[in-house]
Write a protein that binds this ligand. Sequence first.
Ligand SMILES: [Fe+2]
Length: 251
Amino acid sequence: MEKSVQMGTNRTGIDMSPLQSKVMISGAAAATPTGGSEAELHELGKEYIRNAGVIGTVPLPGTLRGALKAMKDKLSGKHTEILLNKMGERLAFERSGVRVYECFIAKCEAAAAAGTLPAAVDLDLLRQFCIEEAQHFALLRDVLAGLGADPTAQTPDADVAAVASLGLMKVIQDPRTSVTQSLEAMLSIEMTDNAAWELLVRLAREMTMEAIGDQFHQAEEQEDRHLSTIRHWYEAAVREEAGLDAAPGTH
Ligand SMILES: [Fe+2]
């Protein structure tokens, strides 16, 4: 059984040294800036926000094709670039998702070899999820190309999502983190992924791209399974570490 948490010589708490903690607290009070107020600091922050540009732009396809052209013709006032932005985001997320799964699988294989893999984790199923993430990437690539968009372009929300997931990827890539700790990071990734696919299905259907919406719906169903499985594994792994029985009623 793996142990993410061990009792040890953790010295981070203030109780380690009551005397020095008093010096630290008085030092922190003395170091408080006196040249400005909190309100002024907020004002400065707002000035930065007012003067900042956008984080990126969506390259609109030179020639509209297929469903995108049909939609443009049918609906005026709908912003196709939003859908392209979100598809580009999902494509980038799924591509890096494959790398994340590969990394997590390596961690689980190492744990299995050491006899510490949490009992709930199924390596074959994990490999299947990794294949599905790659398939979702390929689906988005094909759909974007079919619409006349460039699947290699990094859209603004792809950029933002990549920055947001940096910490989660670091947790999984760190060789010191346990399978259980990595499962918690995987859970965050899959929750975000799941909500994003749900939204993508609705956007595509409401923008009259029913066939694409149906394809996305199949991916969404697979993502539902990823999320419920990872969530269950995470809870089961924590319970196992705590010496508790598997949660009743979970699959
Ligand atoms: Fe997934």
